[in-house]
Write a protein that binds this ligand. Structure first.
Ligand code: ADP
Length: 368
């Protein structure tokens, strides 16, 4: 009987079994291990050389449920017996596995042994956990968007009512001041709500070819009007091709970055805006090359702490008394939606630098 099993295993399948992702263990009629592949050696923490010939009950002693499964499978008719459980290791850690025991029989029904397969489920469980997490995130986003929408609706009514109060005949100075504060606070709340909607909303897709220099020039004139004391230095590469994007959303990114730079800059110290072409990336297997251009906004302010390099992009992270901490989070989201990225770094000579990269997609055959 053992001979029959050896013959069975010695055939061409041995190599195939060795390379299978699942752990495979074959037991002879007495319950001794006759074959185990590399994955089985890894999962059971026994080398095949030492395990072969020894009883499965000894090799799997930490996991009596598997020994029991082998027993059940051996007595079963042709069909496999399945169980999921966790495999206990020498160190006390566990691996979730799907175990199957199958009786091996000759064509005439003579039993020759048992096959035990173990499928490692840790990757699958990790993937499922990640999917659950992203489902929860999108639920949260929907909730935030709904809430922001609901809060925004009554705000316009409240603003109108507050303004009406100021039209009352001869209001006291105190009443005028209070209604002014109400209007300002309502406006602040409204601004916060529209930023929240921006952060949690679905990406919009109105794309058109954009000359980034025209866009930057427009944002610079808006900021010059707001902060006349700040100078803006343009460091443009005039040969840049247009990008395909949403001009309103990209304007919003530039306003956020320039405004932050102005706020961080000591008075009279200029903010520098540079543009250039980045490396070309070929898209594997496709007739496409992704080319990126970049826009860098640099200031010579105090910069940020090293450990905050990523944290500043988190929603609600702010070090300003009147800040919302949403500007950079929204800007990064918009850059990502355009297939680009937004990164921050400290300038070697002090100050902060924010780099937006945006793709210009062209067919390789068409060059350009
Ligand atoms: P807010 O401006 O409302 O605080 P942002 O998301 O735009 O929100 O910025 C988050 C934080 O990132 C800021 O509060 C600040 O701490 C930091 N930050 C942003 N831009 C700069 C900059 N140019 N220099 C230094 N720190 C910056």
């Amino acid at each position: 009987m053992r001979k029959a099993l050896s013959k069975f295993l010695a055939a061409q399948w041995l190599n195939v079994l060795e390379s299978v992702d699942e752990a495979l263990l074959v037991m002879g009629p007495t319950g001794a291990i006759e074959f185990m592949n590399e994955e089985a050696a890894a999962l059971t923490e026994h080398s095949a050389a030492l395990a072969i010939g020894r009883p499965a009950a000894e090799i799997l002693s930490r996991n009596p449920w598997l020994i029991e499964l082998i027993g059940t499978a051996r007595a079963a008719p042709r069909r496999a017996v399945h169980r999921s459980g966790s495999l206990l290791h020498r160190t006390g850690t566990h691996t979730p596995v799907q175990a199957s025991g199958t009786p091996l029989r000759e064509d005439d029904g003579t039993p020759v042994g048992t096959l035990l397969t173990l499928r490692n489920l840790s990757h699958q469980q990790e993937l499922e956990a990640r999917t659950r997490q992203s489902d929860r995130l999108s639920e949260l986003e929907t909730l935030v968007a709904g809430l922001a929408h609901e809060i925004r609706n009554p705000l316009s009514g409240m603003r109108g009512a507050a303004q009406l109060l100021t039209t009352e005949p001869s209001p006291s100075q105190r009443a005028t001041e209070c209604t002014q504060i109400m209007v300002e606070e309502i406006d602040r709340l409204d601004g916060l709500m529209s930023q929240l909607l921006e952060l949690s909303g679905r990406p919009r897709s109105t794309r058109s070819p954009i000359n980034v220099h025209q866009l930057i020039d427009r944002v610079i004139s808006i900021e010059e009007a707001r902060a006349p004391a700040t100078a803006f230095v343009r460091n443009y590469d005039p040969s840049l091709p247009p990008v395909l994007g949403d001009p309103d959303r990209l304007t919003q990114v530039l306003i956020n970055l320039l405004r932050n730079a102005v706020e961080a800059s000591p008075e009279g110290v200029p903010v520098i805006i540079s543009t250039r072409m980045e490396t070309t990336y070929r898209v594997e297997g496709e007739n496409l090359a992704a080319r990126f251009l970049s826009i860098e906004v640099e200031d010579q302010g105090a910069g940020f702490a090293d450990e905050d390099t990523e944290r500043i992009f988190a929603p609600f992270f702010t070090t300003k008394s009147q800040g919302t901490g949403l500007g950079l989070a929204i800007s990064r989201r918009i850059a990502n939606e355009h297939g680009g990225a937004l990164r921050a770094r400290q300038r070697p000579r002090g100050g902060a630098s924010f780099l937006i990269t945006l793709p210009v997609l062209v067919g390789v055959n068409h060059g350009a």
